[in-house]
Structure formats: structure tokens, C-alpha cells
Design a protein around this ligand. Structure first.
Ligand SMILES: Cc1ncc(COP(=O)(O)O)c(C=O)c1O
Length: 422
């Protein structure tokens, strides 16, 4: 059997069915979901994913697992583009769904806005968090000596754009150290507020820290920053699809996120929320026809040249599935499994946990090590013993172990048994 046929069979489509696909219409519907009261509920949810039965995936903090319906919708579109590019009549960029980069993406922006309590006009679709952060870092007017405050635990994709501004324009990129593990929201708030100076113009910080899973008290932090006229930028790479989001309640100026981690969308899908009143503060960086469109500022940032519409079809399906299961139920399950792991770790004498000691600051990311171990050795031990894949976090911090809705209690318990045996 050819590899192509094998792939098509795996995703439940025959090559013939794909050839016969009507113009860009959905070829497959997601199978009906189990009822919440179903005792087999999470087992049935797991069957929505294509994950191999003999492997255990604990790393959606890097890139998520795509549900079957996501892959099917994306590949159906990709196939159509390969077979029928001649059918594209170039009549209306906002209706044409062949390439991304020219369509204002109203429908998908509406879904993203509803998920985070924003309006569609406040949303630009991006490729990832790094792009969004660079658009903001390069788009704001900042002068030499202006300070951008951040934490000592930000991802390079969050920091890079500001470091360019530091070197190029003399902007001061200042970091405040946050304990790892963090102990309480009040501790973090206090450290950040104490680091503000009259020169602080921007605060850029993660909502959930990538290397510990700490959920920071962003509403209180943004409130204190706003009182001082500081522009607030939150890096939400690890939050959407894991914890519930309400950007209005948080009160930030900018919130950046991606869908290829916890929502299970294809790689290269992200968003940039900018509070309506703040869009005018950000110049366009990657510019095309809409570069000066202040009637639809989100579109200014979406109109950035040819991109893949196929991945947006996958994203659309991922958002629908996430909404159908329900963000509350997703969060509860992720947190339940994460806490089961942390409770087990806390009962082990030789474990060191770098995620917060306060459970209210934790969800599905747990970072830990065992005395005398390194992250790579621990990662390898998991793989050799049970084909389990958390991700190494270096010599000191051990592994980052994420739990998601496709994981089970049995997988967590087996992971703990492996740790006890080491
Ligand atoms: C907190 C944080 N910020 C930014 C990024 C970079 O995200 P992306 O690859 O979507 O640009 C990551 C990726 O792991 C992250 O965890």
C-alpha cells in the first residue's frame, strides 16, 4: 500500500472521496460527542484524537495533538487547492478561501473573540505568539531610556522583539526575578509592582509561565500597571485551550496566544488581541494593502501576504470541538489530571517540584525533577519504560509534564509508578 493511501485510510477518507470534494465544503463532520454523564466520557473523547495507542503524549505545552476532525478538514482543503486551483475566480478576497493573508477572516475572528470575551475587530489572526509579540514590540513608539519590564522566565519568542528594540533604539529591557516555585499570587504581584519605575512604559509578562506552569495574577498586575499609565502586553501562549480567558476582566492592552498547543489546531495558528482603544498605538510591521486600515485594525495585521488557508480550516474545526466539549469541562479535566500528578509527586521524598506551591496558580503544566537526575535522563527513562513523552527542561528543572483531555488517570498513575521505581 502506498504511504499516501495509508495516510488517507488512517484519517478515514479514500482518495476518491477527496477528489469528489465539492468546492471547499466540509467533507467530514465530527462524530457525535459522548454525553457528559457517560462514565466512558473521557475515553470516548480520547478516541477523537489520532494518537497512537501505545504512546503517551505529555507535551502539548510545545505542540498539541490534533484531533482527527482537524486533520480531515485541513487535508480536505489542501487537497482541493491542489486539484482545483482553477476554480478560484478571484472575485472577493473576503469570501475567497483559497489563501490566507488577503481575507479579513471575519468568521474565525468572531469565534476567537467569543472565546476570550473580545470583539472580532479587536482580533488579528497571526501565525504564532512570536509574530504577535514582534508586531507589538516593533509597532509601539518607544524612545531611548523607556523601560519595558518583564520577568526572568519569559520564552525567547516573548523577549526577542524587545531585545531588538533595546539594541536598535536604546529601550531598556528590565527583568524582575520571580521565585520558582512561586508561592502565592500576592508574592508575584508585590515583586512586579516594586519593579515599576516612572520610566516603565510597557509591562510584558506571561499569563502562564512556560517553564513552571505558574498562572500569574494578571488582573491585579494589569490594574496596577494601568494606574501608572503602563501599556500591558500578556503572553498567553500556554493558556488558550487550557484555562478560561476573559481579556476584558483581565484588563490588559494586548493579549497574544496560539492555537497549536492547547487547542489542538495545526501549527502556525495564533491570535493577537488589542483593546479597541489601543490599536492606534501600534504601527503595522508586515505591511500590504490594508496597512493603514484603521476601520478594521485587526485586518491591518492579517493582510500580510500569502499564507495557508488550510490550517485555518483546521483551526476552525479545533475551535468548534473545543467549544462543543466546553472550555469549563476542558479546564476541569486538565486541572484534575495535573493535580493528580502533583499530589503524587508531593508524596515522594526525592521529588522537587518547580510549579507553584499554591494550587490556585496551577493547571495542566507541572515541572519537576528527582534528586540526582537531569531532565534528559528523566525524559529518556519515561520513553524507554513506557513510551511516555514529557519534555526535558534542563539539568536542574527536570521535565515539564503536561496533562490534557486525551490523557487518563491510568497514564498519570503509571507515570508516578515509573518515578517511584527510579
Ligand atoms: C510562554 C511562551 N511564549 C511564547 C512561546 C512561543 O510560541 P510560538 O511558537 O507560538 O511563537 C512559547 C512556546 O512554547 C511559550 O511557551
Amino acid at each position: 500500500m502506498t504511504t499516501r493511501r495509508k495516510v488517507l485510510q488512517t484519517i478515514g477518507l479514500s482518495a476518491l472521496a477527496l477528489q469528489a470534494t465539492p468546492v471547499l465544503a466540509a467533507t467530514t463532520e465530527a462524530p457525535a460527542l459522548p454525553l457528559p454523564a457517560d462514565p466512558e466520557y473521557w475515553k470516548k473523547i480520547r478516541s477523537q484524537f489520532m494518537l497512537a495507542d501505545d504512546e503517551v503524549f505529555f507535551n502539548p505545552g510545545t505542540v498539541g495533538a490534533m484531533p482527527r476532525v482537524v486533520v480531515e478538514k485541513m487535508t480536505a482543503h489542501l487537497n482541493h487547492l491542489a486539484v482545483h486551483p482553477a476554480q478560484w475566480a478571484y472575485k472577493d478576497d473576503n469570501k475567497d478561501e483559497y489563501i490566507a493573508g488577503y481575507n479579513n477572516l471575519q468568521s474565525i475572528r468572531g469565534k476567537v473573540a467569543a472565546l476570550i470575551n473580545a470583539t472580532p475587530g479587536e482580533i488579528a489572526m497571526t501565525d504564532n505568539v512570536t509574530h504577535g509579540m514582534s508586531y507589538v514590540a516593533h509597532g509601539l513608539t518607544l524612545n531611548a531610556g523607556d523601560e519595558v519590564l518583564t520577568s526572568d522566565q519569559e520564552h525567547p519568542g516573548g523577549r526577542g522583539g524587545w531585545l531588538v528594540r533595546e539594541k536598535r533604539d536604546g529601550v531598556v529591557f528590565k527583568t524582575v526575578a520571580i521565585p520558582k516555585p512561586a508561592h502565592s499570587p500576592a508574592e508575584v504581584l508585590d515583586l512586579i509592582v516594586k519593579a515599576f519605575t516612572p520610566r516603565t512604559k510597557v509591562l510584558m509578562i506571561s499569563h502562564m509561565i512556560t517553564g513552571s506552569g505558574a498562572i500569574l495574577p494578571v488582573r491585579q498586575i494589569c490594574e496596577e500597571a494601568s494606574k501608572r499609565g503602563i501599556f500591558t502586553v500578556l503572553d498567553g501562549a500556554q493558556t488558550i485551550g487550557q484555562i478560561k480567558l476573559d481579556v476584558r476582566d483581565i484588563g490588559c492592552d494586548v493579549y497574544l496566544g496560539c492555537f497549536h498547543k492547547w487547542i489542538g489546531a495545526p501549527c502556525g495558528t495564533g491570535f493577537m488581541y488589542v483593546r479597541k482603544e489601543r490599536w492606534n498605538d501600534i504601527w503595522t510591521t508586515v505591511a500590504s494593502a490594508q496597512w493603514n486600515n484603521h476601520d478594521d485594525d485587526g485586518f491591518r495585521f492579517i493582510n500580510r501576504g500569502t499564507g495557508s488557508f488550510s490550517i485555518l480550516k483546521g483551526l476552525d474545526a479545533a475551535l468548534d470541538l473545543h467549544n462543543e466539549i466546553g472550555p469549563d469541562r476542558v479546564y476541569s479535566r486538565i486541572k484534575f489530571l495535573g493535580q493528580r500528578l502533583r499530589d503524587g509527586l508531593r508524596s515522594m521524598k526525592n521529588s522537587k517540584i518547580f510549579s507553584p506551591t499554591d494550587e490556585s496558580m496551577c493547571a495542566g503544566i507541572t515541572v519537576y525533577n528527582l534528586e540526582g537526575w537531569t531532565g534528559t535522563r528523566l525524559q529518556d527513562a519515561y520513553w524507554e519504560r513506557a513510551k511516555m513523552r514529557p519534555r526535558a527542561q534542563g539539568d536542574v528543572f527536570g521535565v515539564r509534564h503536561c496533562t490534557h483531555i486525551f490523557n487518563s488517570e491510568a497514564e498519570i498513575d503509571q507515570a508516578l509508578a515509573i518515578l517511584r521505581s527510579l
